[in-house]
Design a protein around this ligand. Sequence first.
Ligand SMILES: *[C@@H]1O[C@H](CO)[C@@H](O)[C@H](O)[C@H]1NC(C)=O
Ligand SMILES: *[C@@H]1O[C@H](CO)[C@@H](O)[C@H](O)[C@H]1NC(C)=O
Ligand SMILES: *[C@@H]1O[C@H](CO)[C@@H](O)[C@H](O)[C@H]1NC(C)=O
Ligand SMILES: *[C@@H]1O[C@H](CO)[C@@H](O)[C@H](O)[C@H]1NC(C)=O
Length: 250
Amino acid sequence: MAIPRLYGPCIVVSLLVSLLTPAFAQSSSSSDVELLLGKIKASLQGDAENILLSSWNSTVPLCQWRGLKWVFSNETPLSCSDVSSPHWANASLYRDPSLHLFSLQLPSANLTGSLPRELGEFSMLQSIYLGINSLSGTVPLELGYSTSLSDIDLSGNLVNGVLPPSIWNLCERLVSLRLHGNSLFGSLPEPALPNSSCGSLQVLDLGANKFTGEFPEFITRFLGLKELDLSNNMFSGAIPQSLTSLDLES
Ligand SMILES: *[C@@H]1O[C@H](CO)[C@@H](O)[C@H](O)[C@H]1NC(C)=O
Ligand SMILES: *[C@@H]1O[C@H](CO)[C@@H](O)[C@H](O)[C@H]1NC(C)=O
Ligand SMILES: *[C@@H]1O[C@H](CO)[C@@H](O)[C@H](O)[C@H]1NC(C)=O
Ligand SMILES: *[C@@H]1O[C@H](CO)[C@@H](O)[C@H](O)[C@H]1NC(C)=O
């Protein structure tokens, strides 16, 4: 009989695999996947089980993890567009060490946790869109240590605390920063480099928070800004004349 003869070697192989699996699986998971499963998921989720985040599970093929986009180390995007994509049902893709998280996109997803500091650790993460959730806690200092973030939207959450000065570390790469409608307070931190122009920054929306202190004059040096919203805060002092030198569209 053909089938038993096939089983023999299979059993040996699967025994070997199961003996090797614990160490192998750990060292060969993409480190971004480990970070997501180990830290990010629990932190974003908070106390309530979240239906979207429950898709982040190594028993689910990576393409079906909700709200994530991936790229390979050579910057080729992982195509997960639909069920016809060759990667859609690939159950071992999550172990591919050349895959990196590119985008975290879970707006209006009922997230009730907080922003984990490990969000700053993804080497190729360009965008974080977590608007309209119930995330609380602070904007982690470590976000500013990210090497690739260019778009951040945390609007419409319950984020509080001060905006960490490290956020301006992202200055030259940052295209849009939306923190509208949170409970951030204190004065806006100045960029560490005095003449920073944040050349790529086009959108800065800090409206509807609880910022205080002098009107942040350094923003008038952000010459690439197209959209600026500082409304509904508690800034004091005059609005500098130099604001008119910006070429704002709104
Ligand atoms: C992953 O999914 C399996 C099967 O649905 C479930 O038993 C397990 O608890 C999940 N693991 C995590 C970490 O959520
Ligand atoms: C699944 O993904 C792994 C890791 O990228 C790859 O080596 C393998 O060829 C893929 N399998 C299929 C059937 O596409
Ligand atoms: C959001 O959370 C609430 C309370 O935990 C739950 O009743 C509701 O079904 C959730 N909605 C979605 C879209 O997950
Ligand atoms: C910042 O600008 C001032 C005045 O415009 C100039 O004197 C100074 O050298 C500049 N500093 C840096 C670090 O570019």
